[in-house]
Design a protein around this ligand. Structure first.
Ligand SMILES: [Zn+2]
Length: 262
């Protein structure tokens, strides 16, 4: 089976590498220099590029890598405004990556952007900016209804699946989770672990889906403790789980804007 590693880029991006026997496929290469450094250090052959969505910090290195390695395929969403994609993907498509012994199924997950897709198999989920450890992407292009619908299928995945997210936002996210559910001991324990890791400059990713089920406010819209807390913040009862998700997102956006989670 393949292994997965990362190199950091910019302030808080992660560029993931799916590697098998000296071959690698890169996910969301926002920066070509970071990718080249990683390839050289680890003596790897780049065989393909996977793109989750059009944002520059996920695609900025594609053109330069494609000039360097003209023969490699660039997989990405069919409806993407990013023009560097050679192999377009839509809901349910299978991506075979024989160089690294992998095959992923495509999930369309509009919300953060309208073109966002995730790459899923039975051990990994490359989720870009759809999900973060204890968080989810901000709704720049889609709405809360859409994002809630995009996240629902994750509830049915195997909890042991490793989640490879696009950013290190974990500390602020778990602080928010702890604000929403102050009596949740799993979240309190996780906050301590994440604080320790972050202090030492260690990555908190990948996470597992089980950790997300236990700690992520944006996947916990069915949990009575979260619902009660969000309704209390909102000041009224909330009729369905998409609205609960929407108000959880609104609460986090408000705290992000005020800087209290930093
Ligand atoms: Zn993004």
């Amino acid at each position: 089976m393949y292994e997965v590693n990362f190199t950091p880029a910019f302030n808080d991006n992660y560029i993931w590498f799916i590697t098998h026997h000296g071959n690698t496929v890169v996910v969301d290469p926002g920066c070509a220099d970071s990718v080249n450094d990683y390839l050289n250090t680890h003596n790897l052959t780049l065989c393909g590029i996977l793109v989750t969505h059009h944002h520059k910090d996920h695609t900025g290195g594609v053109d330069s890598l494609k000039k360097q390695f003209p023969e490699i395929p660039v997989y990405g969403p069919k409806n993407s405004p990013f023009k560097g994609i050679t192999n377009s993907l839509k809901q349910g498509d299978k991506v075979e990556l024989p160089w690294v012994n992998a095959e992923f199924t495509i999930w369309e997950t509009p919300g953060h952007t309208l073109d966002h897709i995730c790459y899923i198999d039975d051990q990994s989920a490359f989720v870009g900016d759809t999900l973060f450890a204890s968080g989810c992407g901000r709704l720049f292009e889609g709405d809360a209804q859409q994002m809630h619908a995009s996240l629902l299928p994750f509830l049915d995945l195997d909890p042991s699946i490793q989640m490879y997210c696009g950013h290190e936002y974990t500390l602020a996210n778990v602080r928010f989770a702890n604000t929403v559910e102050p009596d949740n001991l799993i979240i309190a324990d996780y906050l301590e672990v994440v604080e320790r890791h972050t202090e030492k400059g260690m990555a908190t990713l990948p996470t597992t889906l089980q950790t997300e089920f236990d700690t992520n406010p944006f996947l916990r819209f069915r949990e009575p403790s979260l619902v009660k807390s969000v309704e209390c913040w909102y000041g009224d009862s909330l009729s369905d789980e998409a609205i609960i998700f929407e108000q959880t997102r609104a609460w986090k956006d408000q705290l992000d804007a005020s800087g209290v989670l930093e």
